[in-house]
Design a protein around this ligand. Sequence first.
Ligand SMILES: C[C@](O)(CO)[C@H](O)COP(=O)(O)OP(=O)(O)OC[C@H]1O[C@@H](n2ccc(N)nc2=O)[C@H](O)[C@@H]1O
Ligand SMILES: Nc1ncnc2c1ncn2[C@@H]1O[C@H](COP(=O)(O)OP(=O)(O)OP(=O)(O)O)[C@@H](O)[C@H]1O
Length: 303
Amino acid sequence: MFVERIKNGWVVHAPAKINLALEVLGRQPDGYHKVETLLVPVRLFDRLVYSPSAEPLNLVVRGSRTCPASLLEADANTNLAVQAVQKLAELSGHPPTGYLELTKRIPLQAGLGGGSSDAAAALVAANAAWKLGYDRQQLARVAEQLGTDVPFFLAPGAAIGTGRGEQLERISLGRSLPIVLVQPPAGLSTPVVFAGLNLARGEQMPHPQGWCRELAHRLSRGCGLAACKHLVQNSLQQAARNATEWIDRMADAMERLPVLVHQMTGSGSAYFAVCHSWRDARVTASRLRGGHWQCVLATRTSM
Ligand SMILES: C[C@](O)(CO)[C@H](O)COP(=O)(O)OP(=O)(O)OC[C@H]1O[C@@H](n2ccc(N)nc2=O)[C@H](O)[C@@H]1O
Ligand SMILES: Nc1ncnc2c1ncn2[C@@H]1O[C@H](COP(=O)(O)OP(=O)(O)OP(=O)(O)O)[C@@H](O)[C@H]1O
């Protein structure tokens, strides 16, 4: 996340994420799934502007080429950025005021964490604008009430997420990976994909694989991704394949291209390929364009 002070407020560049690996370990008694995941920020940003005012909180959302306006929800109260400001207002006693302007570039229902990143951005902006002085840990406690992925976006860099995904260990992977992101025309709902695993409350997976920690540690020790690409796995991919044919279509398209490894991110429906080089990522993206995708873009992970 990058925060800039401007004349009338704050601009926050809210990144997307990919889950380089995601393992479901079981289901907690509270119904959430117990996961271990390697989360990595991506250089694709929503832009959130918060301008303080004495007026009741107001939100304007704009679409973009990668997140068309026609897909955006009209109801501001369901927007996680608004919910974040409201929650911080409740906690601090500050009135829920100000003007939020959100330009969406991160595709929706993609497993790219866009809504969560916007919520984290709104928390940081309102904390600064209202001079609350909450530190990152205090903001993280508010963030985890808004959604599992929200705390991840409060700090830079990659992290291993455990618990339901909200307990974070920051880790340096020491490199930026060139990637291609593909969003198909249909999004996927996170609860629907998790429900497709059909795990009972309290049920544990019998044989944990440990992909995430192994992958994170190998990468952070300087191992090339080619040597550990078998650890790039996502336990949710099968459930997502059952929910939409687009996952197989994206996998088939990637199979025909010279990429290092490819996989779905989070609960989908977006799909990523890690490429050998930045040039390869641009070439791969241009070869995928023209398919029936909502968007294709070449970008890279942040360190
Ligand atoms: C799949 C990931 O994106 C991986 O980073 C996250 O685990 C999902 O994070 P998120 O979108 O912030 O999810 P939340 O808003 O917290 O949860 C939405 C819904 O997904 C399901 N959910 C989510 C996370 C989790 N570990 N187990 C679940 O079963 C629950 O039904 C929950 O009500
Ligand atoms: N600021 C926001 N940006 C995007 N979606 C939002 C936002 N606020 C609320 N939502 C709602 O949340 C739903 C899912 O959000 P989002 O698109 O971030 O999911 P996702 O990419 O699957 O994220 P995750 O990886 O965290 O599961 C959207 O379909 C939308 O209805």
